[in-house]
Design a protein around this ligand. Structure first.
Ligand code: OOG
Ligand code: MG
Length: 255
């Protein structure tokens, strides 16, 4: 059976645009990993045509906590665009989303276009800074239920993010406590080493994947390493705060 990539991409783009959940695609039309990234590319090209700019990449399912929460088994990557970015202490309107969830993340800022698979020795050359972040994920699928292929096609549920203050990359982000508070109560707490052993591994992984998939990572790109803890559903009135030892905090308010 041949797959209509554009039809699937349109279905996902409509769901995001209308903030209306859609049915899980793979249940009707099975597709493989390569095809899921091809569909993600088409979804993104529709967003670029609406004026959204590519500002970075994100990894997902880099921790056991996230894989177990969502019932999947492998790392995924997606794209971050300009419209997704919120300032620290901004307010986001829940009605623009379907069923948004928040998770604490570690972010990196790219200093030099990445043209090789990075190793620890390359960090200071290619990465300028690191920060704590909140990621907002909002699966376009009903009940946040998907296969690995479904979620990749849906740009890995990417919907928003806010960054704390940038710190120099010399600030070590290995083995630090990271937590998410909702209305002053800790919802989830974890350790940054839950992310692939340590968050730098996410950088090494995305440098490899970007070469594999032909996506360049330009200077100034933001990279999200993937959540170390499960995500929480957010509701109007919530104040969401992520913190990481040595990196400070970042806040999003929900209206
Ligand atoms: C997919 C996004 C996963 C992460 O940090 O693991 C992700 C999802 O859970 O809907 O962003
Ligand atoms: Mg994430």
């Amino acid at each position: 059976m041949s797959i209509n990539y554009n039809k699937i991409a349109q279905q996902l783009d409509n769901a995001a645009f209308d903030a209306q959940a859609t049915s899980q695609i793979s249940l009707e039309t099975p597709f493989n990993l390569q095809e899921s990234y091809a569909i993600q590319s088409i979804v993104m090209s529709k967003r670029y045509l609406r004026g959204h700019k590519l500002v970075g990449l994100k990894l997902g399912f880099t921790s056991k906590a996230k894989m177990e929460q969502m019932g999947v088994h492998d790392m995924i990557w997606g794209r971050l665009t300009s419209d997704m970015q919120y300032a620290d202490n901004d307010t986001l309107q829940k009605s623009k989303f379907i069923h948004p969830r928040a998770e604490p993340e570690i972010a990196f800022l790219v200093k030099k276009r990445i043209d090789k698979i990075l190793t620890q020795e390359d960090l200071a050359t290619y990465i300028s800074s690191t920060a704590v972040a909140i990621e907002i994920i909002d699966s376009r699928y009903e009940n946040f239920k998907f296969s690995l292929e479904d979620v990749i096609a849906d740009n890995c549920s990417s919907a928003g993010f806010a960054l704390g203050k940038w710190h120099p990359i010399s600030q070590d982000v290995r083995d630090i406590d990271i937590s998410l508070k909702v209305d002053e109560e800790v919802a989830h707490a974890g350790n940054s080493n839950a992310i692939l052993g340590n968050p730098y591994e996410s950088l090494f992984a995305i440098s490899r994947l970007s070469i594999e998939y032909g996506e360049t990572i330009e200077e100034g790109s933001i990279i999200l390493a993937g959540a170390a803890t499960p995500a929480v559903f957010i509701q109007p009135g919530n104040r969401i705060e992520a913190s990481a030892n040595g990196l400070g905090t970042v806040v999003l308010n929900v209206s």
